[in-house]
Design a protein around this ligand. Structure first.
Ligand code: KG4
Ligand code: ZN
Length: 364
């Protein structure tokens, strides 16, 4: 039997400063504590994440988050067996803040250090929450990412496809902005869509005519902008009903694209003849009930298990980094103090880089 470990995780690659403690083995791990301090208010006035402000806020908050995570777990650093930190991809200033903090802790205590790919943290979360067996299919869908990955092991990921421009969360946020709804856009567009007619406006389903599971959401957002301008010109403004109908029509278009591309990805995944075929969706957009529900239906139709981690573990957090670090330590891996921060770090190095980078900048 493998030895259990206690790992401290640190995450600061975008606009959440996070620290967490995870205990156990790769097959059975539990979260002892998880602290996430959001920077949403800090960036609200700018309509997006300001990298310099984010980096400074991470540097100011990281020590405190680590202290809170240890306190909540009822531990001190003396009880920890290793330190895992996001070392990319992400906004470089923020990643650097986390890496410097982790290196300082490692140098001071002599604890082993491991640099973790943020996307691997997301991708391995279904093993932490639902003990999914390799290989499983993952759709990572958030404000910064949108990609299908076959997770073959903790170090072997195959990207089947992804967005070639905006991530869906980014499109939700932009649509909310252009319709005068509050940020973050996903929840407000979803709420408005509940009172709207999804057939109210004909919006495009980009790339549905193409094979493969690449996606595009930028044209869809522009189509909503054009529709809004036409309505404003014709009626002198947007009625609440037309705004709700636009939100419902937009959301349905996103649902249709994700569902169709998930079916294609499942076929490719099933080609590997997995013993226990499973699909997981993660990322902030996985909170959307319409998207979640439709993806579950697609999985049922294709005879494959569906799972979606709890929302707090879908969005950025440090428990996923601690767990991924624990898994890597278990494989005998570690980093030394020359560990560097990487703005770009695709999980599947064999694939061409994706064209789109999303609002949150450099996430692969
Ligand atoms: O994973 P996340 O917290 O951060 C990263 O982008 O990495 O995802 C945030 C994104 C935002 O774009 C937000 O609008 C979107 O997830 N989101 C949603 C919903 N809740 C959050 N999108 C659609 N429907 C939702 N209910
Ligand atoms: Zn993320």
């Amino acid at each position: 039997m493998r030895a259990s470990m206690t790992v401290l995780g640190i995450e600061s690659s975008c606009d959440d400063t996070a620290a967490a403690v995870v205990f156990g083995t790769p097959d059975q791990a539990t979260i002892q504590s998880s602290i996430v301090e959001s920077q949403t208010d800090l960036h609200a006035a700018f309509g997006g994440v300001v990298p310099e402000l984010a980096a400074r806020a991470h540097a100011e908050k990281l020590d405190h988050c680590v202290e809170l995570a240890l306190r909540d777990a009822g531990l001190t650093l003396a009880d920890v067996d290793g330190i895992a930190v996001t070392s990319g991809p992400g906004l470089i200033g923020g990643v650097l803040s986390g890496v410097m903090c982790a290196k300082g802790l490692s140098a001071a205590t002599g604890l082993p250090l491991i640099g973790v790919n943020h996307l691997a943290g997301h991708a391995l979360t279904p093993r932490l929450t639902d003990a999914l067996h390799f290989p499983y299919l993952l759709l990572l869908v958030s404000g910064g990412h949108c990609q299908f990955l076959i997770v073959k092991s903790a170090t072997d990921f195959r990207r089947l496809g992804g967005t070639i421009d905006d991530a869906p969360g980014e499109a939700f946020d932009k649509v909310a902005k252009l319709l005068g709804l509050p940020q973050p856009g996903g929840p407000s567009v979803e709420a408005a869509a509940r009172n709207g007619n999804p057939k109210g406006f004909a919006l495009p389903r980009p790339l549905l005519d193409r094979d493969g599971c690449d996606m595009s959401f930028s044209g869809l957002k522009t189509a909503v902008l054009r529709m809004r301008d036409q309505l404003v010109e014709a009626d002198g403004g947007l009625t609440e009903q037309s705004r709700n109908d636009l939100c419902a029509s937009f959301q349905e278009a996103v649902c249709d694209v994700l569902a169709a591309k998930t079916s294609i990805a499942i076929k490719a995944y099933k080609g590997l003849s997995p013993a226990t075929p499973s699909f997981a969706v993660a990322g902030g957009v996985a909170a959307n009930q319409a998207i979640r529900g439709l993806l579950e239906t697609v999985c049922t139709e294709n005879g494959i298990a569906f799972s979606a981690p709890p929302l707090a573990l879908c969005t950025d957090n440090a428990a996923m980094i601690a767990y991924a670090g624990l898994t890597l330590f278990d494989l005998g891996r570690s980093s030394d103090l020359s560990l560097s921060a990487r703005p770009r770090w695709p999980l599947d190095q064999s694939q061409a880089p994706m064209l789109g980078s999303g609002k949150k900048g450099a996430k692969a």
